[in-house]
Design a protein around this ligand. Structure first.
Ligand SMILES: [Zn+2]
Ligand SMILES: [Zn+2]
Length: 136
């Protein structure tokens, strides 16, 4: 990877880590980075797309597909054991919650024994409203 791309990848990671409780589409990331930049050249959309893909492959970023729009959004992985529990995603504020591992395992065990279906823990996200958004 060229020095130019290393710098852009860092920019991208910085942006996602400052906004770690939200997910962004490729367009939103591209716009977000260029609006925050005071000098230099903002990465092109195609570059952002490629770099995000690399971060997903490295397991640093997770990809979510919003059920209503089928649009992919991306969010930084903030905990170390994200492959060992389910995630809850609030459709109102966009926050991602890491489900307790014991609760997650129990739920998956129940589904496996009742339906003989093994859920892909890493891929599955439950959508709904978080406590903060429920009281509004
Ligand atoms: Zn997690
Ligand atoms: Zn919420």
């Amino acid at each position: 990877m060229s020095a130019y791309h290393t710098e852009q990848k860092k920019m991208l990671e910085d942006f996602l880590s400052r906004n770690r409780d939200k997910g962004f589409t490729i367009d939103e990331i591209t716009e977000g980075i260029s609006s925050e930049m005071s000098c230099g050249v903002a990465p092109a959309r195609s570059t952002v797309y490629r770099l995000v893909g690399r971060l997903v492959a490295e397991g640093r970023v997770r990809k979510f597909v919003k059920p209503e729009s089928r649009k992919a959004s991306y969010q930084l992985v903030t905990c170390e054991h994200c492959d060992a529990h389910l995630h809850l995603k609030c459709v109102e504020c966009g926050r991602l919650f890491h489900m307790d591992e014991a609760v997650s395992d129990e739920l998956l065990d129940r589904i496996r024994s009742c339906s003989n279906f093994s859920v892909d823990e890493e891929e599955t996200v439950l959508y709904g409203k978080c406590a903060g958004c429920n009281i509004k």
